[in-house]
Write a protein that binds this ligand. Structure first.
Ligand code: F0G
Length: 455
């Protein structure tokens, strides 16, 4: 692995630079857009650096039985497709990736879709999909000799960064919007030893501020504007393709916040396609919360050519983002794969989350937008009964236990959001709620609690 294998290409003006030439904010000096990692050797059809698809499929599977840390990582197992480090010894891994792909039988039946799966990225070491990107970018920070790393976050990026920084022996700085992140995530950043600053601004404000900070001090920026994050975050695409024996599912559905994840997954599938590992692309659809839907608006109003930032509001705090950094990359993914982009209400998110919980999996609210979105895509006829669908669940249910408890206690949503006590939505919620009941400490009282419980 070495610097010559990769370079950075500006997503806006196409300027190409070496990785070491990137500015601290990872914006193009010419046009201000973001960069994407590219591997020049791949385009030389018979060149020695062009990966060999057949051999790789065997090699990657073989590594799952290896005892080497890098081989046990679901990111570095695919290292031939992310040759970003000079030396693999610099890889900091918590054995991220290799997350389970679960069938969702009840949801499949209810939606009339033969095969619905959940790729549960919440089963990563710090409980979210961020770990796959963080292992890549933190390793780069260490290789480049940084002492400090930093991110602005709605919670998961900071939890992940703090853990990987601690493993790498680096110091970490976290900027979070005060009062707007789930406790589970905040507790992680503290536990892993980050310097955590709560600011009286939203996520977009935190990121703007941090961009200033990294220009003034030698701190390595670990938000998804860092193109190396996306190199790690593209690997779940490889895992999904592998799980489907390299015949990809018809649809992938992902939540959209800052839009790094959808961009990364799209890049992953695109590269598999270009290298001949898969014969077609899955349609990638991005779902946002209705109160934080700048990409939905951008596609509807400007065909994705411009994006108007919004003031974001949603209880799915992970995706409470009004000015997403990677929107142009996400637009390309949706347009080139033929996916759709739509938004879902707070009530739809809450119901979908409870349904994923009832499958024995659970996820955080931001992840549940995928199922809420799938219902709409099915109703539109965009997803057919015979299609296979993978929902990307981005975070673990324990990340935001308050949300779950409020839902089951019936205190989460307002009447305006449910349409009042007699609405269809209220009835659906009532059928999903499982509040804890206080009973006397006798067998009779416990058995009485079972009465009237229908399956
Ligand atoms: N789901 C969860 C659980 C998230 O934490 C995030 C983003 C997303 C979805 C959206 O992904 O930004 O790549 O479109 N969380 C970031 C954070 C912003 O700071 O933890 P995206």
């Amino acid at each position: 692995m070495n610097e010559n294998l990769h370079r950075l290409r500006c997503f806006g003006c196409g300027t190409r630079i070496a990785g070491v030439e990137a500015q601290p904010d990872f914006r193009c000096a010419q046009c201000g857009e973001l960069f994407e990692v590219e591997y020049p050797g791949w385009s030389e059809r018979r060149g020695p650096d062009r990966p060999n698809p057949g051999a790789l499929k065997w090699l990657w599977r073989d590594r799952r039985a290896s005892l080497e840390a890098a081989d046990q990582s679901g990111v570095w197992r695919f290292r031939e497709l992310l040759p970003i480090l000079d030396n693999l010894e610099n890889a900091i891994t918590l054995r991220e990736g290799n997350t389970p792909l679960y069938r969702l039988p009840r949801i499949s039946k209810a939606l009339g879709i033969e095969q619905v799966f959940a790729k549960h990225q919440g089963m990563n070491p710090t409980g979210s999909f961020k770990d796959t990107g963080m292992t890549a970018a933190i390793s780069m920070a260490r290789e480049r000799g940084f002492e400090w790393v930093a991110c602005a976050s709605t919670g998961n990026t900071s939890a992940s960064m703090a853990a990987y920084a601690a493993r790498a022996g680096l110091r970490s700085l976290v900027l979070i919007p005060e009062g707007k992140i789930a406790w589970g995530k905040l507790s992680q950043a503290m536990d892993y030893g980050a310097v955590t600053c709560q600011l009286p601004v939203d996520f977009d404000g935190c990121l703007r501020l941090l961009t200033e900070v990294v220009r003034q001090a030698p701190i390595y920026l670990l938000n998804s504007v860092n193109p190396y994050r996306l190199e790690g975050q593209k690997t779940p695409a490889f895992e999904i393709a592998e799980a489907f024996e390299w015949d990809v599912p018809a649809h992938i559905v992902v939540p959209g916040g800052n839009l790094g994840n959808s961009s990364a997954l799209g890049k992953g599938f695109r590269e598999l396609h270009e290298l001949g590992l898969i014969a077609r692309l899955p349609r990638i659809s991005v779902i946002q919360a209705a109160g934080a839907n700048p990409l939905v608006r951008s596609l509807a109003n400007a065909n994705g050519a411009a994006l108007e930032p919004v003031q974001a509001h949603t209880r799915a705090t992970a995706i409470r983002i009004g000015n997403p950094a990677s929107w142009r990359k996400a637009v390309r993914v949706i347009q080139e794969t033929g996916g759709r982009c739509l938004d879902v209400t707070e009530a739809e998110i809450a119901i979908a989350k409870a349904e994923i919980g009832a499958e024995g999996l659970g996820c955080e609210p931001a992840s549940a937008v995928t199922l809420a979105g799938l219902k709409k895509l099915r109703a539109q006829g965009f997803v057919a009964p015979e299609d296979s669908v993978v929902l990307v669940l981005t975070g673990h249910t324990l990340k935001d236990a308050d949300y779950t408890i409020d839902f089951h206690r019936g205190t989460l949503l307002t009447e305006e959001e449910t349409g009042g006590p007699n609405s269809e939505i209220a009835a659906e919620i009532a059928s999903l709620r499982r509040n804890a009941v206080a009973v006397d400490a006798t067998p009779a009282a416990v058995l009485a609690a079972l009465k009237g419980q229908v399956r």
